[in-house]
Design a protein around this ligand. Structure first.
Ligand code: BGC
Length: 807
């Protein structure tokens, strides 16, 4: 097997276990190919058997398999690269003269990401080549494949500079040389995040392949795609604009302190399809295969609760393949502004032989296409409503290439769900948000209106909903093991816990790399003190995530989030994740810190590679598949970062100011779908503020919405460490007391002593204050943690290296 060992690891496992489950490697390879998006192709791809192929660009060897940071710091036993994988395929003839030159240069100029957190390179310098060498290669070969690579990572957004969002002069020079010398040029962009592709209109490129950072099997996967062993199955999960400046969030991205989400619900294609179709280079949902499909006829039927669409899909081309059928709804804009299209359902066919047909059925719940009225303009403030009018459904291959499938009428306004104001914009921080205005020519134009702001008192809401306390049982103290074997109920056990024990449960273990679990873990939860363990409470071990288990030992590196989502194939993601869950059991991970569920609000966000899409339905269904797969093995997933972690620059300080409508329809919706479909056992809050409140103190997000409205029953943990602060509504509370009142159960990874909490204001101390935490609130936290532990029976702690040193 071809191998390029990664050099970027902060942890290494010289003597570790390099065994990889072959089924996991195969599934990873298949999904990396299925998520690869073919953007243009004049017939050059797939490369015919025996094609003499010259590979250009250092990334052919130094393949970028993942992004940097917590999501990338996995020790994969191997990483395949395109050069070696193409050689091993035996399908094409690789130009060895040129390959030898690249191999020697790459060895002398290693692609070293360095040791400094957050300072990762965004690209690696390219090998210079004289015109003569390129011209000679053109004489020796039939086709050129140029590979361009971009890295990205946590704590570092992309920038509008060569080597980041734009090509470097060297890369442009290489493209110019090769496309002039060769008759046929294929370009492969190996990246985690979108980059500028407008250069496509300058150079004579015959096929363009977008290869998302695809994990350890990515080289093999791309070789499979180029040689036609499998088709490129990917469809874009975010629009590619011709110019960055045309992206809807561009005027409001990357500020250190405040970001107004002024584009509101008009994120990605919702903006482009409504207002700026011409600004698009490749539309949302777009991707070519190696065959063609006809979608007809499309039939639409409605019932009280759902709209059913059925479509006959026929492979009209000459090769086998599968199609992603996408259904969009055009909601009538009455009092509420509406985007021209919103994805309502999608499905992938099985692989169809040439000439074969398949009947696909898509179902859309009326409730899922309702809109949230945060201003009361429909007469129903804080409700999901269906405004009266004609709902048009468009079915097709991408957001543009659709045909009208039929319409459904709503005769009078329907309130689908009456909710309550939650997480609204602070009245002192109002801004104008985007709405649709009708232009002089009758076409939609961008307009703005003031965003609705908060009218309710959070303090009163919290006080009126304080949880009651469970009484302490009489007699002998039960053990948590009695709960596990069913002889004592959970409430009795919770009632028996002392304030000290209840407080301990609200913190993770001392630090990352807890001695209670496998070396290199991200921290422990649950039985983190000797006293708790004496009561039978077991510790559970967390590890990053999302695309591999980040421990000191070797672990598989899987396709990044964007690659998984681009497959538009939740069933395949679930299967891969179930195999991943099995590896978690083998490696001692109880909770994988992923999937990454934030929205691709802007192409410059440094962690987009960990996230799925600009669309909440794609995010929700892909995330649900990952969670369900992992949890099918009795281990847990921890979807993150709840919510609006949409930029990395100053992520721990920035305040994301966003309307309730955009929150509920875009930024929270993926989480909601995922919670509904897969019931995750844990969730991680985000570092940033959402409308003035840090994620780890956000009562409305966590308690009002996640638990109250969606019925989430698991535990909520912070992202790693938190900002210490006083509760503005309850000045007696600070830090973790403020956090526990909000319903955020566990501060990760720090224990009471090491968390940075002010000692007097810790969870334990605060319950003794007048106006401090109530016993009921502390028990609520314990209930969430213990419910998870009782349901999942974590095993990872058995891999622990010893007991946690006690104070
Ligand atoms: C990241 C999380 C990650 C955690 C633990 C944080 O910096 O934002 O996504 O899971 O670290 O490594």
């Amino acid at each position: 097997m071809s191998e390029t060992l990664l050099s970027q690891k902060s942890t290494t496992a010289e003597a570790g276990d390099r065994t990889v489950d072959p089924a996991l490697a195969d599934a990873s390879r298949a999904l990396a190919a299925r998520g690869t998006v073919l953007l243009t192709n004049d017939g050059t791809l797939p490369l015919a058997a025996g094609t003499r192929t010259a590979l250009f660009g250092r990334i052919q060897k130094d393949w970028i398999a993942v992004g940097y940071g917590s999501g990338g710091d996995v020790n994969p036993p191997y990483v395949t690269n395109l050069l070696d994988s193409l050689r091993e395929s035996g399908s094409v003839q690789v130009d060895e003269q040129l390959a030898a030159r690249y191999e020697a240069w790459c060895a002398e100029n290693p692609a070293d990401p360095g040791e400094i957190w957050g300072a990762w390179p965004r690209h690696y310098p390219e090998m210079p080549l004289e015109d003569a060498a390129v011209n000679e290669a053109a004489r020796r070969n039939d086709v050129a494949v140029v590979v361009i690579g971009r890295a990205a990572g946590e704590d570092r957004d992309a920038v509008l500079e060569p080597g980041s969002y734009y090509l470097t002069d060297e890369e442009r020079g290489l493209l110019a040389q090769v496309t002039e010398a060769f008759e046929r040029t294929v370009v492969v962009v190996d990246t985690g995040n979108l980059i500028d592709l407008a250069w496509l209109e300058e150079f004579s490129v015959d096929a363009l392949v977008l290869a998302w950072a695809g994990g350890m099997e990515a080289g093999n996967a791309i070789a499979d795609v180029l040689t036609g062993a499998v088709e490129p199955g990917g469809r874009l999960t975010a629009t590619i604009a011709r110019r960055y400046e045309d992206c809807p969030a561009a005027p409001n991205f990357g500020d250190a302190a405040v970001t107004n989400y002024a584009e509101d619900i008009f994120v990605g294609y919702r903006y482009f399809e409504t207002f700026a179709q011409d600004a698009v280079l490749f539309p949302f949902g777009f991707g070519l295969g190696y065959t063609e499909f006809d979608l007809s006829p499309v039939d639409l039927t409605t019932s009280e609760g759902t709209i059913q669409l059925s479509v006959r899909v026929t492979n009209t081309g000459g090769r086998p393949g599968s199609e992603v059928v996408q259904a969009y709804v055009e909601v009538p804009g009455v009092a509420l502004s509406q985007p021209a299209r919103a994805l309502a359902a999608y499905a992938r066919t099985p692989e169809l032989a040439p000439g074969e047909s398949h009947e696909l059925r898509l179902s859309v719940d009326w409730a899922d296409i309702a809109s949230y009225d945060d201003a009361g303009v429909t007469g129903h403030r804080s409700a999901f409503v269906l405004e009266p009018g004609t709902y048009r459904f468009h079915v097709g291959h991408d957001v543009r290439r659709t045909s009208e499938a039929g319409t459904a009428e709503v005769l009078e306004l329907r309130v689908v769900e009456q909710l309550e104001e939650a997480a609204a914009v602070d009245p002192e921080h109002g801004f104008d948000r985007m709405v649709v205005r009708t232009g002089a020519d009758g076409r939609p134009e961008v307009g703005y209106e003031p965003v609705p702001t908060r009218t309710e008192s959070l303090r009163e809401r919290i006080l009126s909903r304080l949880p009651g306390a469970v009484a302490a049982p009489e007699g002998e103290q039960p053990s948590f093991q009695d709960v596990l074997d069913g002889s004592v109920d959970l409430e009795t056990f919770i009632g028996s816990l002392t304030p000290r024990e209840l407080a301990d449960i609200a913190y993770g273990d001392v630090t990352m790399d807890s001695p209670l679990g496998a070396a290199g873990n991200a921290g422990a939860i649950g039985g983190v003190s000797a006293a708790l363990r004496a009561r039978g409470v077991i510790p559970a071990i967390t590890t990053d995530g999302p695309s591999g288990i980040r421990i000191a030992d070797y672990a598989s590196l899987l396709p990044c989030g964007t690659a998984l989502a681009s497959a538009w194939d939740p069933a395949a993601v679930r299967e891969l994740s179930a195999l991943h869950g099995q590896e978690m059991l083998r490696k001692g991970s109880d909770i994988l810190l992923g999937p990454g569920m934030n929205i691709h609000r802007d192409p410059l966000c440094g962690r987009n590679f960990e996230y799925f899409s600009e669309d909440p339905l794609v995010s929700g269904l892909t995330g649900a598949a990952q969670v369900a797969g992992i949890q099918s093995q009795g281990v847990a997933a921890c979807p993150k970062h709840f919510a609006c972690n949409n930029q990395e620059f100053e992520r721990i300080w920035v305040d994301a100011r966003v309307s309730e409508r955009a929150l509920r329809e875009i930024y929270l919706r993926g989480f909601r779908i995922m919670v509904r479909e897969s019931s995750p056992w844990t969730i991680m809050t985000s570092y940033n503020k959402i409308n003035g409140v840090w994620g780890h103190y956000h009562y409305d997000l966590v308690t009002t919405i996640l638990r109250g409205e969606w019925g989430f029953e698991g535990l909520v943990m912070t992202d790693w460490w938190m900002r210490m602060a006083q509760d503005p509504d309850f000045p007696a509370l600070r830090d973790s007391a403020y956090r526990v009142r909000a319903g955020v159960d566990v501060l990760m990874p720090g224990s009471i002593e090491h968390s940075g909490d002010t000692k007097e204001d810790s969870v334990y101390e605060s319950h003794r204050f007048p106006d401090g935490l109530t016993l009921g609130e502390m028990q609520r936290t314990a209930r969430h943690v213990l419910t998870y532990l009782a349901a999942v029976h974590p095993q990872g702690h058995r891999m622990g290296r010893g007991e946690r040193p006690e104070d």
